[in-house]
Design a protein around this ligand. Structure first.
Ligand SMILES: C[S@@+](CC[C@H](N)C(=O)[O-])C[C@H]1O[C@@H](n2cnc3c(N)ncnc32)[C@H](O)[C@@H]1O
Length: 217
């Protein structure tokens, strides 16, 4: 028995990916193309186990309507969209045509392009234009860190009871313990606010750079 998570070595990471999170050919090629074309930014992609977890959670909540804030080259969106029913809808928010042009090609290859509504605009504008009543089954926040509190404020009231919000990078590489820049400070304060937010039941998981899962009460 252990009361804390076991440190994930490279070998243990390969082992866990091989046991339930291995990307298929389309996702493997998406990881490879992103690394080749955008080497400076490729670390922004969600990890294979995060992608698997997002697909798993999408199915678990029976999501039909989902929102992603921060799409980049489309890895997390691919995982979510594949787990939606054929008539499900994922609204993707990003500001980059360049990054999302890559995403679109892989979504098409995976046969999920028609489930994805990509909106190129500041995410806050896209979120504020959504219906205000609770209608979302799943949301994933993974864009600019200083925007997280505003994305949270727009998303929580739009989640149906039982709906799930995933939030990436809540560890900031461990710097939430001693913030070094504005993004670190915002996420540190954001994590405190989520833990106090009575509208949700939240748990912070040591997956990749830390991922909070919050279920709307
Ligand atoms: C960490 S990456 C997302 C990674 C993605 N979830 C994946 O699995 O590949 C962050 C993305 O947020 C986008 N972004 C940054 N600021 C934004 C804003 N204000 N509104 C919408 N998207 C934004 C960036 O263009 C970038 O593609």
């Amino acid at each position: 028995m252990t009361t804390r998570s076991v440190p994930i070595t490279d070998e243990l990471h390969s082992y866990l990916v091989a046991h339930g999170s291995a990307p298929d050919e389309v996702a493997r090629e998406l990881y490879a193309e992103t690394r080749a074309v955008l080497p400076e930014n490729a670390e922004m992609q969600v990890s294979p186990e995060q992608a698997a977890l997002l697909g798993f959670l999408t199915r678990l909540v029976g999501a039909r309507t989902a929102v992603e804030v921060g799409t980049f080259t489309g890895t997390s969106a691919l995982a979510i969209a594949r787990a939606l029913p054929a008539d499900g809808r994922l609204i993707c928010c990003d500001i980059s045509d360049e990054y999302t042009a890559i995403a679109r090609r892989y979504w098409r290859r995976a046969g999920v392009e028609d489930r994805i509504d990509l909106r190129i605009a500041p995410a806050l504008e896209t979120l504020r234009a959504l219906p205000t009543e609770p209608h979302l089954d799943l949301a994933f926040i993974d864009a600019d860190k200083v925007g997280y509190p505003a994305y949270w404020a727009e998303l929580v009231p739009r989640m149906r009871p039982g709906g799930l919000i995933g939030v990436d990078n809540v560890f900031r590489g461990g710097r939430v313990l001693a913030p070094q820049d504005e993004s670190d400070r915002v996420i540190s304060d954001f994590n405190d606010a989520v833990a106090r937010d009575d509208r949700v039941e939240a748990v912070m998981l040591p997956v990749a750079d830390g991922m909070t899962l919050a279920r709307r009460r």
